[in-house]
Write a protein that binds this ligand. Structure first.
Ligand code: SAM
Ligand code: SF4
Length: 505
């Protein structure tokens, strides 16, 4: 590669919308630093994985990728692990995959430009700009070491072995294959930060709808969840900065905005001027009133902090989508207590009742965990009963996955995996029946959809309703609705997870 050609990077993202949007910000940061994004690992100088550790399955995927690194290490590529697995496993990643050079949790993304510069300096053998990003833990390797050679790579999990890698030193000014060197940059010590990852360089992948993070981290500490440990403490952006980003997006032609956070409705405005501070519902309404914005969504809401004012905002501001994702996790108060969810079944149902009395019909979706330690048949039956009572439009159900560092690891009465799988199947079958009946009710109604694309094979356009349902529709031979446009569609058929329709002409 000629010395002056831009460095290339490949980024793969695992996990939720938060991770997806973090990646958009990471990509923007890298592009601003002069990197060029490529589509394959083979084309890349720098290979990054933005990881998820919410469940064991997600984490395993990342470790499978890490083992794939082996075959690339001879090619001189640089590897980095970002996100939840990076934060959770920390420097242990260097033991498992010694050719990884960068390990960075999401709370340290603000320092990415600095870390990238350090990485480049280390690779080119120039230590001058290698100021420490973070202080390594006792016994751990220094943050940037480039004297170690492959023969020094540790063979066991003993972190002290790293100390045999020698002291940091400049090896040579020329660019050496990263595979031969031990470059270690970590961003892991910022979980107590008050700062959010705010950047003007977000590289949004969709030109019509985009995310805005309003709150990062989580202070709820549900007994099964890694998020408070991996994403750090809860911190909100100022309403002023959120609104400025919303206005900027509207000016760029975006018409749909989704406000993001682990718990968006725990939002606490940190606006300096007390008089201007907004509640979450007020912020939601203000984003909905930004000229040019036609749809506003928000994800995820925590039932404990879900106030009636959110429903009132949806009633008052037509641009606020009539969809609320309100994870319940279990229909049994006993399980909710063990999960440390901070609400009872009745309190949850009270919030559902507020939504059901809204002026517009609000589509409600949820998350459920089955097989939490100690979940009896009776607890599980209460969850099934709750599905019938609420009539959700979608349920994201998961088998309980024991996670490192979480309090529920210590609970007795673990449910065997086959039993978790059995309960998951029963729950999904029940919800499928509910959705079949529920979605049929839309047949004959007219919905406005945002056009998302075209399925050429089926000669259908793909649209999304304000309820967040996929509505695939056909058009007359002369019509050609553009992606991002809003068109009326009459619903002619339904499936358990989507609707079918025809463009209204
Ligand atoms: N903050 C949101 C809330 O409180 O509902 C949820 C965010 S969490 C990243 C997304 C979903 O992952 C949770 O609602 C839960 O259903 C699921 N989840 C989290 N930890 C889990 C675990 N250890 N095992 C199984 N599912 C889990
Ligand atoms: Fe995890 Fe609970 Fe926080 Fe949601 S509220 S992110 S489930 S700890």
């Amino acid at each position: 590669m000629p010395a002056d050609s831009p460095k290339t990077f490949y980024l793969e993202t695992f996990g939720c919308q938060m991770n997806f949007h973090d990646s958009e910000k990471v990509v923007g940061t890298l592009l601003h630093e002069g990197y060029r994004q490529v589509d394959t690992v083979e084309q890349a100088d720098l290979v990054l994985y933005n990881t998820c550790s919410i469940r064991d399955k997600a984490e395993q995927k990342v470790f499978n990728r890490l083992s794939d690194y082996k075959k690339y290490k001879k090619q001189g590529k640089t590897f980095g692990v970002l996100g939840c697995v990076a934060q959770q496993e920390g420097e242990k990643i260097f033991e498992r995959a010694p050719y990884v050079s960068l390990v960075c949790g999401s709370a340290s993304y603000n320092k990415l430009p600095q870390m990238l510069k350090q990485l480049e300096a280390a690779e080119s053998g120039n230590t001058a700009s290698s100021a420490p990003i973070s202080t390594p833990a006792a016994g751990a390797p220094p943050f940037a070491v480039f004297e170690g050679w492959e023969s020094m790579l540790p063979t066991s999990g003993d972190p002290n072995l790293w100390n045999s890698g020698g002291k940091p030193a400049v090896k040579s000014a020329s660019r050496r294959p990263a595979a031969e060197s031990l470059i270690r940059i970590t961003g892991l010590d910022d979980r107590e930060t008050d700062a959010c990852f705010e950047t003007e360089f977000t590289a949004r992948t969709n030109p019509h709808r985009g995310y805005i993070t309003i709150i990062e981290g989580c202070d709820k500490f549900c007994s099964y969840c890694v998020v408070p440990y991996t994403r750090g403490k809860e911190r909100s952006r100022t309403s002023q900065s959120v609104l400025a980003e919303a206005r900027q997006m509207a000016e760029l032609g975006y018409t749909e905005i989704q406000l993001l956070g682990q718990n968006v409705n725990s939002y606490k405005d940190s606006e300096g001027n007390l008089a201007n501070r907004k509640t979450f519902a007020e912020l939601l309404a203000a984003v909905g009133e930004v000229p040019g914005i036609r749809r506003v969504r928000f994800m995820t809401s925590h039932p404990r902090d879900f106030g009636r004012d959110i429903v009132e905002a949806i009633d008052a501001v037509p641009t606020l989508c009539d969809h609320v994702h309100l994870p319940v996790q279990s229909g049994s108060t006993r399980m909710l207590d063990a999960m440390q969810r901070l609400y009872t079944r009745d309190q949850y149902l009270e919030r559902i009742a507020w939504m059901k009395s809204a002026k517009r019909e609000i589509s409600i979706t949820t998350d459920v965990i089955v097989g939490f330690p100690g979940e009896t048949e009776s607890d599980f039956a209460q969850t099934l009963d709750l599905l019938e009572e609420v009539v959700y439009d979608a349920v994201f159900a998961f088998k309980y996955s024991p996670r490192p560092n979480t309090p529920s690891l210590k609970l007795e009465d673990a449910i065997p995996d086959e039993e978790k799988a059995r309960r998951l199947d029963i729950l999904m079958a029940k919800q499928r029946e509910i959705q079949i009946t529920r979605y049929k009710k839309y047949i004959g109604t007219k919905c406005e959809v945002m056009v998302e694309g075209k399925n050429e094979a089926r000669c259908q356009y793909i649209g999304r309703t304000t309820h967040n349902k996929t509505l695939n529709f056909t058009v007359t031979p002369t019509a050609n609705p553009k992606s991002g446009s809003y068109v009326p569609v009459v619903v002619t058929g339904s499936f358990p997870n989507s609707l079918l329709g025809e463009l209204v002409v």
